[in-house]
Design a protein. Structure first.
Length: 318
């Protein structure tokens, strides 16, 4: 059981480790280019502490009238790298904040130093913290969405499907809050570790619990698809059908599993889209996934706000 400390503010520097593997379930670290750099309204906000690590997040202030729905961005990086400022995921804040969303982009503990389930617990902690302090940002704690990409998409899948209640017996008021969300957007995220070889990054994530519990048990426990239930929130999956790292089928299988239980799960397919959204604007005929995503979130969270500001112009390359 991790003990968390909150209500302090420090800066946390993270070193991004670049991982490039072409095996399924690998989340690639997408480095922000100069054109992708962004400045948060606030950064280094501490949402907890675990195993001696300070957990921080960035905040992007929303446009429009309050109360604001909340979007929590979870970065990728192959489970071993990445930061809250990863361009492929943090880009979503560029168009969600102008649409009226209070946007938080979180850091979390990384493997192999902190194997599964540490980073899942960190995402749950962030949800609880933001919910507990929503009034501080004129945000609505009952309209909260996860937006994760790649390894962060794995984490948005897991946290969304685990649907964890608060610990009413905890002495920490944050831990008494629910980690349940009202919507999940997952971009190119793994959904099932079973039935395929484990690559180096998955070994970093899962080797420690496998040594304790055995491979079959841990692969099942750590696979989001095994946690699908009728009480899951609605999901939107966004995935390129030429993803070289996380196969498109990771999303189609999760969609099938959710729909089989009557849970809404929509899928935006990016024709010829590679892994990560950073290059999608160059793909000829790419759908307006940012606009579709915002409309979908607005509908799920009963929100109205301008749509279109902050979306990257298309520059198709043949």
């Amino acid at each position: 059981m991790h003990r968390f400390l909150s209500d302090c503010r420090v800066g946390l520097a993270r070193i991004a480790f670049h991982a490039t593997y072409s095996v399924a379930v690998l989340g690639l670290l997408c480095t922000a280019s100069a054109a992708d750099t962004r400045t948060p309204t606030l950064e280094g906000i501490v949402y907890g502490q675990a195993a001696g690590e300070v957990l921080t997040m960035d905040y992007y202030a929303p446009a429009g009238p309050a109360p604001h729905p909340i979007a929590i961005i979870v970065h990728g990086g192959g489970f071993v790298g990445g930061t809250s400022k990863n361009g492929s995921e943090a880009y979503c804040g560029d168009f969600l904040a102008p649409a009226g969303y209070a946007v938080f982009s979180i850091n979390y503990r990384l493997a192999p130093k902190y194997p599964y389930p540490a980073m899942v617990q960190d995402v749950q902690r962030a949800i609880r913290y933001i919910r507990a302090h929503a009034a501080q940002w004129s945000a609505d704690p009952n309209r909260l969405a996860l937006v994760g990409g790649s390894a962060g998409g794995y984490l948005s899948n897991m946290a969304g499907l685990l649907n964890a209640a608060g610990d009413k017996a905890s002495k920490d008021p944050v831990e008494r809050e629910s980690a349940q969300v009202q919507a999940v957007v997952t971009l190119f995220g793994p959904s099932d570790f079973r039935g395929k070889p484990m690559n180096e990054n998955v070994h970093a994530l899962l080797d420690a619990p496998i040594q304790e519990k055995g491979q079959e048990s841990v692969l099942a426990e750590a696979s989001p698809i095994t946690h699908v239930s009728k009480t899951a929130p609605p999901f939107l999956l966004i995935h390129g059908d030429r993803d070289e790292a996380v196969p498109f089928t990771e999303s189609t299988k999760l969609q099938t599993a959710l729909r089989a239980l009557g849970v809404r799960c929509d899928l935006i397919r990016i024709p010829n889209g590679p892994h990560a959204s950073g290059g999608w604007y160059k793909v000829p005929g790419v759908p307006d996934w940012e606009r579709q995503m915002t409309v979908w979130l607005n509908q799920r969270l009963n929100h109205q706000g301008q749509i279109g500001a902050g979306i990257k112009a298309r520059a198709p390359q043949q």
